[in-house]
Design a protein around this ligand. Structure first.
Ligand code: FES
Ligand code: FES
Length: 208
């Protein structure tokens, strides 16, 4: 077997180690240029794909499936722009190998609207001006949706802490926070200045 890890791939692996990754050290050894057949269910639609073993999920979504709603910012698991849900769990698709999620259910920003109606988080970002250039917005929305799924009524402190892994270069975070808080129907602060998650849940998407 030929091992041909490039710099980007090594960077991705470095960021995954010890952070709730979708592949471990034994899988890393199997990374190569060889094509593999994978099956993904993306936004409810099944896909069979032939991808190089080192194909990143963000590239698979954007270039193989044409789902360009998922954005790539930093490419190293820091900014959260590429956030998608993998089997309901938030993940940074820029540091996730497509072959590592073979058989998974992926939800991207394109999968949130139902029957022509935007998801409440999407609508709130429009209503409360939670974006400017929009590059970070799909990731922000996916992260907020993930919070809503596990904690339907987060406090403002919980929202702040949860959304900390999603960076924005242009909006200013108040509008984003306002959008998320209103979309989720957040409850008033129980403890002024408190920041721990009442639900006991914390992000595990490798972003940070
Ligand atoms: S592009 Fe994936 S975390 Fe920044
Ligand atoms: S709206 Fe431009 S980076 Fe967030």
């Amino acid at each position: 077997m030929t091992y041909s890890l490039d710099v980007d791939c090594l960077t991705s692996i470095r960021h995954f180690e010890g952070r709730g990754s979708y592949f471990g050290s034994s899988e890393i050894m199997a990374v190569s240029d060889m094509n593999q057949t994978i099956h993904l269910r993306v936004n409810g639609a099944g896909h069979q794909l032939e991808v190089p073993a080192r194909r990143l999920l963000v590239d698979c979504l954007r270039y193989d499936l044409g789902l360009t709603g998922t954005k790539e910012g930093c490419s190293v698991g820091v900014c959260g722009a590429c956030t998608v849900l993998i089997d309901g769990q938030m993940a940074a698709s820029c540091i996730t190998l497509a072959v590592a999620v073979d058989g998974a259910e992926i939800t991207t920003i394109e999968g949130l609207a139902q029957d022509g109606r935007l998801h409440p988080v999407q609508q709130a970002f429009i209503d409360y001006g939670g974006f400017q250039c929009g590059i970070c917005t799909p990731g922000q929305v996916m992260a907020a949706k993930a919070l809503l799924d596990i904690n339907p009524h987060p406090s403002e402190a919980e929202v702040r802490e949860w959304m900390m892994g999603n960076l924005c270069r242009c909006t200013g975070y108040y509008k984003i926070l306002e959008s998320v808080v209103n979309a989720l129907g957040s409850k008033p602060e129980a403890t002024p200045g408190g920041s721990s998650l009442d639900s006991g849940e914390s992000r595990n998407d490798g972003v940070g």
